[in-house]
Ligand binder design. Structure first.
Ligand SMILES: Cc1cc2nc3c(=O)[nH]c(=O)nc-3n(C[C@H](O)[C@H](O)[C@H](O)COP(=O)(O)OP(=O)(O)OC[C@H]3O[C@@H](n4cnc5c(N)ncnc54)[C@H](O)[C@@H]3O)c2cc1C
Length: 476
């Protein structure tokens, strides 16, 4: 794509050149995809540059991690989704530079770097996991932002049960107990959903499958530095969620800040300053996000402020100061009342697309974005969820049914919806999980489990008494 020279602001460069207005969209998440779809108009040509070839439905990542859904269901190919939209194309690339003066975006891929020009730019690169300045925790307490993260977690979770079985078979009950301790850090919706699923997995799905361990005795711990579970849902739903989780068997530690993490456990500091170590092989970090680092370059070039989470302040219409042709949307935006949720990205994306079309059509632009809150929901376990929309609060089965319907509605594509329904029936009406495959790469994912593997190997082959490790008799 050639670089488009910038001209006066009353006419778009495309109009000067007598060709279609070129829109470049960075990212294929909720923001990028819904912007592109809303730009299905003959006056514009849309190029979507994204780091992955798929559109990811992040709210269901925890179901991939716990074996309910396959990755394909929540991450369909972006080019398949927009195949019929003839004015749009998708190109793989990780954006490294944005030059607002030259109106260019440079992206890298395995084949090298490419520079694209644009008439309008929509930056929808989302957010990444935040370990609050302790990035060294990531190795042992991975987050859940990508398909790779979810598959790695699946490997760690199912791998931990396998290793626990081996340890118990060899008579190393203490190791087995640590391997069956799962700690979820962060008691927001993702942490709650993850903890609930770990309970269901251990108490229902795996309950009859092992001979040396009893998976239903697995310890599931949910930690948060805050004093509430699901604090953003209000006191009543927070209390109700905590009660439900505890009834299911989740151990909840609030006011507990994680201060250290290693291969075999983590350390928390309580409000009174005391410290406690929890031995556990599997940790899941569901505690925080920070905006994609592209906000930094945008801030440097425009003077727009960044907040503590790295999100950028935009004009009310989502453009950047001095750049009516550049929109920032979704998780990257810092705006009063705009939450970092899928609806925030979808609605900002549609607004940006609307503004671009108005500009191209010579209509008045600059209308402020207004977020319409459609409510929040989180599942606790099968048949149990909480939902809040304005003053309406739902719990239990009605909230769970609403959750199913909303998520099914937003999953892209009829095939994926059908497949999701089938998988949910298997997991929620039955006990099984259809997606438990774990490859060796996943079990030994990154270094953390390799370290654990070495420790495990050393202790299991420890023959201080010159004895061979013998399997215990199989339990009935
Ligand atoms: C585990 C989890 C559970 C969640 N649950 C819910 C929920 O239940 N309900 C809800 O409403 N919201 C939920 N969210 C939040 C919701 O998913 C986000 O708010 C939403 O995805 C934000 O959309 P976005 O388009 O801004 O960013 P994203 O959806 O993250 O998309 C960003 C896109 O940019 C691409 N990208 C990133 N960097 C670059 C680069 N340099 N170059 C090119 N491409 C790049 C990415 O690959 C991706 O395609 C959840 C999030 C997570 C992680």
């Amino acid at each position: 794509m050639s670089v488009v020279p910038s001209t006066d602001s009353s006419r778009t460069p495309a109009e000067h050149a007598g060709r279609r207005h070129q829109v470049l969209v960075i990212g294929s998440g909720f923001g990028g995809l819904f912007t592109t779809k809303a730009l299905d108009a003959p006056e514009v040509a849309v190029t979507m540059v994204a780091r992955t070839g798929h559109h990811l439905f992040q709210p269901l990542l925890y179901q991939v991690a716990t074996g309910i859904l396959s990755e394909g269901v929540i991450a369909p190919a972006t080019r398949d989704i927009i195949a019929r939209q003839r004015n749009a194309q998708v190109l793989l690339g990780e954006v490294e530079e944005i030059d607002l003066v030259a109106r260019t975006v440079t992206a890298g891929s395995v084949t090298g770097r490419t520079t694209y020009g644009y008439d309008s730019l929509v930056v929808a690169a989302g957010s990444t996991q935040s370990w609050f300045g302790n990035d060294q925790f990531a190795e042992f307490a991975p987050g859940m932002k990508t398909i790779d993260d979810a598959l790695e977690l699946r490997g760690r979770i199912y791998g931990a049960f396998e290793l626990a079985e081996l340890a118990a078979a060899a008579g190393r009950d203490e190791d087995a107990r640590d391997l069956m301790t799962f700690v979820v850090v962060g008691a927001g919706p993702t942490g709650v959903e993850m903890a609930g699923q770990l309970i269901e997995l251990s108490r229902r799905t795996l309950s009859n499958e092992f001979r040396h361990i009893d998976p239903s005795t697995a310890r599931i711990v949910l930690l948060d530095a805050a004093q509430e579970v699901l604090g953003s849902f209000g006191d009543d739903l927070a209390r109700r969620t905590r009660r439900d989780l505890e009834k299911l068997g989740v151990e909840i530690h609030l006011g507990a800040k994680v201060v250290d993490v290693d291969a075999t456990g983590l350390e928390v500091e309580h409000h009174d300053g005391s410290r406690e170590r929890i031995e556990c092989s599997t940790k899941v970090w569901a505690a925080g996000v920070k905006a994609n680092r592209l906000t930094r370059t945008l801030s440097e070039q425009t003077g727009a402020e960044l907040d503590r989470a790295g999100r950028i302040s935009t004009n009310p219409d989502l453009t950047l100061p001095g750049h009516p042709e550049v929109f920032v949307i979704g998780d990257m935006v810092s705006m009063e009342g705009l939450p970092g949720v899928a609806q925030g990205a979808i609605q900002t994306g549609r607004h940006a697309a609307g503004q671009i079309l108005r500009r191209v059509r010579g209509e008045e632009t600059g209308q402020a974005f207004e977020y319409f809150d459609k409510g929040s929901m989180a599942t606790i376990s099968r048949f149990r969820a909480v939902m809040k929309r304005g003053r309406i609060e739902l719990t239990g089965v009605p909230a769970w049914v609403a959750w199913l319907a909303v998520h099914l509605f937003y999953i892209i594509g009829f095939k994926s919806q059908l497949s999701t329904l089938a998988h949910w029936a298997i997991s929620f009406l039955g006990r099984d999980r259809a997606e438990r495959t774990v490859t060796e790469q996943q079990v030994l994912a990154r270094l953390a489990l390799e370290y654990l593997g070495e420790d495990f190997l050393r202790s299991s082959l420890r023959t201080s008494r010159g004895e061979q490790v013998r399997l215990r008799e199989q339990q009935d």
